[in-house]
Design a protein around this ligand. Structure first.
Ligand SMILES: CC(C)(COP(=O)(O)OP(=O)(O)OC[C@H]1O[C@@H](n2cnc3c(N)ncnc32)[C@H](O)[C@@H]1OP(=O)(O)O)[C@@H](O)C(=O)NCCC(=O)NCCS
Length: 385
C-alpha cells in the first residue's frame, strides 16, 4: 500500500516563487550561486566561451560530452542540412500585424515549424535530436527574417557551412559580418545556452513531462522567456542606458529608481549571491567592442550604473546587463535582444526536454489552499446582493 500522503501536510507552506525548491535531478548544468560558477556538463562556461564555439556547446549539452573530430564533422553537416525556413512559415510571418513584437512572432512562428517538420510525430531519440538541431538552426532565421520583413526587406538565406553566429548577423544585415562581432555573438550564445531550472526551462520541462511534443515544449519556454523578469531584461537595460544617455546622469537616475523601489534591469538573480560569471565575460567583450568601435558612451554609462547599484544595494549585475551593449555595437536592434537569448537557450531547453523524457514523470505540484473552507451554495434569487 502507498505511504504517500494524498494532500500536502498541514504544516507545509508554499515557497514563494519556488525559491530554492529542488524540482528535479539534472546532469546538464550546475549553477553555483555562492561561488559564482556556471558549469555545462562539468565544463566551465566562461572557459567554453573563450575556447569553444556555440555548435560544439550544443553537442555537449545534448550528448553529454564533447565530440571527436569525426562526430563534430557529421554533427555540423546536420546543421547545414536544416538551414532554410519552410516557405509556409515565412508566409505566416508576412501576415503578422506590424505591431507584433519579435518575441510574439517568434513564439507563433516556432509553433508553426512543427507542422512542417518531417520528424514531427516521431518520438525516438534520433528524431528528437534532429528536431533540436533544426530548432537551433531556424530560430535565429525566424528572428532575422521577421526583422527584415517588418523593415520592408526580403529574408536572406543563410550561407551553408557558416556558424549560427555568423549567419545571424549575415541574414540580419545582408553582408558579411566582421570576425570580432561573430566571435562576440558566438561567446554570448555560449553563455546563454543553459542555466539549470530557470523559468523558461522549467516551463519546457513541465510541458515535456505531459509527453507533449518538442515544438509545444519549446513554445511554452518562449512564452516564459518573453517576460521582463526573465529574457526581456536585456532589452530593458539598453532602453535604460539610452534614457540615461550620459554617464554623468547615471547616478541620479539609479538613485531615483531605488528610491521609488524600482528594480534596476540587469541586476539581481534568484541564485547568484555574487557576480554572475556570464556578466564578467560579457563586460570584457562590451569594453573591447566599445574601444574597437570608438564608442565608449554606453559602456561608461553602464559602469556608472553598476557602481551606484553596487554601492546602494546587495545585488550584482546579471547576464543581461552587458549583453545589450555588445548587441547594440554590432548594429542589432533592441527588439532582437530577447530573441537572441532564445537562439541560444533553445539548446538548453531541448537538452532538458530530452533529459525529462529519458526518465519521465508528470510534473504536478500542489498548492497551499488559502481560499474559504466549504461554503453552502445559495440560489441566485436568495443572495444578499
Ligand atoms: C532577477 C529577479 C527577478 C530575481 O528576483 P527574486 O529572486 O525574486 O529577488 P527579489 O525580487 O526578492 O529581490 C531580493 C532583494 O534584492 C533587491 N533587488 C533584486 N533585484 C534588484 C534590482 N534589479 N535592482 C534593485 N534591487 C533589486 C530587492 O529589492 C530585494 O531587496 P529587499 O530584500 O531589501 O526587499 C530580480 O532581481 C529582478 O527583477 N531583476 C531585474 C530584472 C532582471 O535583470 N532579470 C534578469 C535576470 S537574469
Amino acid at each position: 500500500m502507498s505511504t504517500k500522503p494524498d494532500r500536502p501536510a498541514d504544516n507545509q507552506v508554499a515557497q514563494s516563487g519556488l525559491a530554492d525548491v529542488v524540482a528535479c535531478e539534472s546532469a546538464i548544468c550546475l549553477v553555483d550561486g555562492e561561488e559564482g560558477k556556471l558549469l555545462y556538463r562539468g565544463y566551465d562556461a566562461p572557459e567554453l566561451a573563450a575556447k569553444s564555439n556555440f555548435e560544439e556547446v550544443a553537442y555537449l549539452l545534448w550528448y553529454g560530452r564533447l565530440p571527436g573530430q569525426v562526430e563534430s564533422d557529421a554533427f555540423l553537416a546536420g546543421f547545414t542540412g536544416s538551414t532554410a525556413l519552410p516557405t509556409r512559415t515565412v508566409m505566416i510571418m508576412r501576415m503578422f500585424p506590424r505591431a507584433a513584437t519579435s518575441m510574439e512572432v517568434l513564439r507563433t512562428a516556432v509553433s508553426s515549424l512543427g507542422h512542417w517538420d518531417p520528424d514531427s510525430g516521431n518520438t525516438n531519440l534520433d528524431a528528437c535530436l534532429r528536431k533540436a538541431q533544426r530548432l537551433t538552426e531556424r530560430i535565429p532565421l525566424l528572428a532575422t527574417s521577421h526583422q527584415r520583413l517588418r523593415g520592408g526587406k526580403e529574408p536572406i538565406n543563410p550561407i551553408p557551412g557558416e556558424s549560427i553566429a555568423y549567419n545571424f548577423l549575415y541574414t540580419l544585415h545582408g553582408k558579411d559580418p566582421d570576425p570580432t562581432s561573430v566571435r562576440t555573438l558566438d561567446a554570448a550564445l555560449i553563455l546563454h545556452a543553459d542555466h539549470e531550472l530557470n523559468a523558461s526551462t522549467f516551463a519546457a520541462r513541465v510541458t515535456a513531462a505531459t509527453m507533449s511534443d518538442m515544438y509545444s515544449s519549446v513554445t511554452s519556454a518562449l512564452g516564459a522567456l518573453k517576460g521582463p523578469l526573465h529574457g526581456g531584461a536585456n532589452e530593458e537595460v539598453m532602453k535604460m542606458l539610452m534614457a540615461i544617455d550620459d554617464p554623468s546622469k547615471a547616478e541620479a537616475w539609479v538613485l531615483k529608481m531605488l528610491e521609488n523601489k524600482q528594480k534596476v534591469p540587469g541586476f539581481g538573480h534568484r541564485v547568484y549571491r555574487t557576480e554572475d560569471p556570464r556578466a564578467t565575460v560579457l563586460r570584457q567583450y562590451a569594453e573591447e567592442l566599445s574601444d574597437r568601435e570608438g564608442e565608449r558612451k554606453w559602456f561608461d554609462i553602464s559602469c556608472e550604473v553598476e557602481r551606484v547599484v553596487r554601492e546602494n544595494t546587495k545585488v550584482y549585475p546579471n547576464v543581461d546587463f552587458y549583453s545589450g551593449i555588445c548587441y547594440h555595437l554590432m548594429g542589432i536592434p533592441i527588439e532582437l535582444y530577447t530573441p537572441i537569448f532564445a537562439c541560444s537557450r533553445v539548446v538548453g531547453w531541448t537538452a532538458h526536454i530530452l533529459e525529462q523524457w529519458a526518465n519521465n514523470r508528470l510534473i504536478r505540484p500542489r498548492a497551499q489552499y488559502t481560499g474559504p473552507k466549504e461554503r453552502k451554495y445559495v440560489p441566485i434569487g436568495e443572495r444578499a446582493s
